[in-house]
Design a protein around this ligand. Structure first.
Ligand code: ADP
Ligand code: MG
Length: 263
């Protein structure tokens, strides 16, 4: 689906990915991706391993360089901006400031092991935003309550279950007040009995109106929470639409096959 005609400045998309292409040396991983995410929208990305889902997410906060196309977050260019039809790099300062607006949670819990849960959540607002400690502490405690982890505020991450660590990682990302949250297979490494507690937090965030891009293999979450499902395969968007439509009535063999393997 090509939406490249919409001028960036007039778009109400929180995230707009247009014609995104990326190769790792000779391996072309993203072959022209177009995805738009509106405020409050929850977009679930499905696709087999190796289809480029993580690479695409990492491009959105410019953890990954890309070769062609544009990405904007709230209208601000990520990585490159177009000047008189030519793609020019955005300054590192602008990229860093943009990253503050993009919260990301990964498959592997990446909490700082030598900091308490509370310190992990306070760190961004204090170090990056220069917030004073008492205010940051108040905000962090509220967010820990929201993810059901305030009782572990003084614990170290190593003492927590994987599900608890992911909930803290979500609170830590929220502490920066992002305009969009990116989730990359955040439940894939968890023991099955811990998956539900993390999905519940994500579902609540979605219900509160958070704008989210969620890469997951949890079909129940896709069906129940997504406003739109995007199926990627081989570095392209193969199908997208409301979950009740495209998951019930897939239009391509590739998506049909994927769904039948993930029942
Ligand atoms: P997915 O998240 O859908 O499983 P990825 O975006 O992780 O897919 O990977 C897409 C392809 O890019 C895979 O073939 C993977 O091996 C390759 N790839 C990912 N990261 C790198 C890298 N840093 N260097 C080289 N190849 C990579
Ligand atoms: Mg991945």
């Amino acid at each position: 689906m090509n939406q490249a005609a919409a001028p960036i400045s007039q778009s109400d998309d929180i995230v707009a990915i247009r014609g995104l292409r990326k190769s790792y040396s000779t391996l072309e991983v993203l072959k022209g991706i177009d995805i738009s995410v509106k405020r409050g929208e929850v977009v679930v990305i499905l696709g087999p391993s190796g289809s480029g889902k993580s690479t695409m997410l990492r491009c959105v906060n410019f953890l990954e360089n890309f070769d062609q196309g544009t990405i904007t977050v709230e209208g601000r260019p990520v990585g490159y901006k177009m000047v008189n039809g030519t793609r020019r790099p955005v300054s590192e300062v602008d990229n860093a400031s943009l990253r503050q607006h993009v919260g990301m949670v990964f498959q592997s819990y990446n909490l700082f092991p030598h900091r308490t849960v509370l310190q992990n959540v306070m760190m961004g607002p204090v170090k990056v935003k220069g917030m004073d400690n008492s205010k940051a502490r108040d905000i962090a405690m509220k967010l820990l309550a929201k993810v059901g982890m305030e009782h572990k505020a003084d614990a170290y991450p190593g003492r927590l279950s994987g599900g608890q660590q992911q909930r803290v990682a979500i609170a830590r990302a929220l502490a920066m007040e992002p305009s969009v949250m990116l989730f990359d297979e955040v439940t894939s490494a968890l023991d099955p009995e811990l998956v539900g507690e993390v999905l519940k937090v994500m579902r609540e965030l979605a219900e509160e109106g958070m704008t989210m891009i969620v890469v997951t293999h949890e079909m129940g979450f896709a069906r129940g929470v997504a406003d739109r499902v995007v199926f990627m395969d081989g570095g392209v968007v193969v199908e997208q639409g409301p979950p009740e439509e495209i998951m019930t009535n897939p239009q391509t063999d590739r998506f049909r096959g994927f769904l039948s393997r993930h029942l």
